[in-house]
Design a protein around this ligand. Structure first.
Ligand code: ADP
Ligand code: G6P
Length: 470
């Protein structure tokens, strides 16, 4: 077994197995913010990524991807059902997102959560060389830091939560709240997207575990665990380079042409998830069609909604509702060859996404709650022409960085409609000024700045930071 000085541990590997049309298995990049952020960061570093490849049964052995070693963790059917679909995505995910859907608890899911976390900790312990840095990611693996510290006290262990960390009123509902907190506190540094999440965590450490805590440090047994906010970002220069490529520019023009050369294109790109506010957005658009504020020939909507967590009931229900609503709106307002909503559920490669971003006058990102939302950052990075408008939910972590976006409360339907009209009617000068300010911000706070700030706090020797961020 080859060992690495940097090991990233995440439930998901950056690739996912999917079945090609001819029945063969093909590997493609998994959609989702965690993979987007870490994949661009780790490329060409001798790191190991410990994660699950998306199927059940024995772990496939995967070749290195862009120089990064893949260490697959096998999950059996009951692990996927009870850990991934169960405790991670039916208990923690809805609870951490303001309980916008009802969290579900089953005792057997907790058994699976512990079992799978143990398996990930053992895999990380195998893959890490003596004194290595191990960076554990997200809500699926909250017990790993503590388990790993017991197995390998020589390691420096970081934990980063990509999703929101909820206020005590919500977190206190969790039957296994103390174990989850203690698990995270096995790390040397626990990072969150927003200062509010850090504050929630510190409060809970005191309330549930009786530990002395500030928003910077928590004392646990004989150690001090540091905590802090490190807003994740994207590879700005990679997206800029892509969006400026002549073939991508041509493709963007082609997309507009294929859409019927409308005056305005509204785009949304989401995983099909109830946190993303897809239904609220469709409702706002359809009410504007009813009142005649927008007309299909002038203003079309493109909704990309790649299916996600498809065996979880809440996701199945959402997909049915979204598809029924898209069908209704197209039936009522479309004409032959002229649908009101162009609805796409396919995964796209990065160049096609960049072309879509460049083709869109308005990017509508309206989640009900989101840890960060990298789609919003990708759109801003892709607008090398300083054009386009970003409509952004106040409840996305990104909103704290993009004050120049058209900010909106997605629960407020009238507010959503009026901000959409405002964005549609904004002058070019106004849009350019807003976009430039957001682009200036992103240029400084890109993925490398995120890694630099987190890893400097974690790895005081500084060698990893230099390796990853120069
Ligand atoms: P989340 O992590 O909740 O999915 P983010 O907006 O932070 O939300 O990240 C989503 C990531 O998935 C982005 O990098 C986006 O480009 C990617 N993505 C979304 N939809 C697709 C799609 N249809 N094809 C390929 N990548 C996608
Ligand atoms: C969010 C989570 C990630 C997850 C991604 C995609 O970004 O924070 O941990 O990988 O969604 O979800 P999936 O269930 O497909 O891994």
């Amino acid at each position: 077994m080859r060992q690495s000085s940097l090991v990233v541990v995440a439930n998901r590997l950056p690739v996912d197995d999917s079945v090609a049309p001819d029945g063969a298995c093909e590997w493609r990049r998994s959609p989702g913010g965690l993979v987007s952020a870490l994949h661009s960061l780790l490329q060409h570093t001798p790191a190991t990524w410990v994660g699950w490849a998306g199927g059940t049964g024995p772990a496939p052995s995967l070749a290195d991807i862009d120089g990064v070693r893949m260490h697959t963790v096998p999950l059996a059917q009951d692990d996927v059902r009870d850990h991934y679909e169960g405790f991670a995505n039916s208990t923690l995910w809805p609870l951490y997102h303001d309980a916008v859907e009802q969290p579900v608890y089953h005792r057997r899911w907790w058994e699976a959560y512990q079992r799978v976390n143990r398996r990930f900790a053992e895999a990380a312990a195998e893959a890490a060389e003596p004194g290595a840095v191990v960076w554990v990611q997200d809500y699926h693996l909250q017990l790993v830091p503590r388990l790993l510290r017991t197995l390998r006290p020589d390691l420096r262990i970081g934990f980063f939560m990509h999703v929101p960390f909820p206020p005590p009123e919500l977190f206190m509902q969790l039957p296994r709240r103390a174990e989850l907190l203690l698990g995270m506190l096995g790390a040397d540094l626990v990072g969150f997207q927003r200062p509010q999440a850090t504050h929630n965590f510190a409060q809970l450490a005191t309330k549930v575990l009786g530990l002395p805590a500030t928003d910077r440090r928590i004392a646990v047994e004989d150690r001090v665990v540091r905590i802090g906010a490190f807003p994740v970002s994207i590879d700005m220069s990679e997206m800029e380079a892509l969006a400026g490529r002549p073939d991508v520019v041509r493709r963007a023009a082609q997309i507009r042409h294929d859409l019927g050369d409308p005056q305005q294109v509204i785009l949304s790109v989401d995983r099909m998830d109830y946190t993303k506010g897809i239904e609220q957005r469709l409702k706002a658009y359809s009410e504007l069609l009813v009142t005649g504020h927008v007309k299909v020939r002038d203003t079309v909507m493109v909704q990309v909604a790649v299916p996600s967590r498809e065996r979880v009931e809440q996701y199945q229900v959402l997909r049915e509702r979204v598809e029924r609503e898209v069908g209704r709106i197209n039936g009522e307002f479309g004409r032959v060859g002229e649908p009101a909503i162009h609805y796409l559920t396919q995964p796209f490669d990065r160049a096609e996404l960049a072309a879509l971003y460049r083709a869109a006058d308005i990017m509508a990102v309206t989640p009900l709650r989101d840890g960060m939302n990298l789609v919003a950052k990708e759109y801003v990075a892709a607008r090398v022409d300083d054009g386009g408008a970003l409509l952004l939910s106040e409840f996305a972590g990104t909103a704290a960085e993009f004050g120049q976006a058209f900010l909106v409360n997605p629960h407020d339907l009238e507010g959503l409609k009026s901000i959409l009209i405002q964005a549609l009617q904004a002058s070019d000068a106004d849009l350019t000024e807003r976009m430039r300010a957001m682009r200036d911000h992103l240029r400084v706070y890109d993925i490398r700045a995120w890694a630099r700030s987190y890893l400097t706090a974690l790895d005081q020797s500084g060698s990893l930071v230099t390796q990853l961020t120069t």
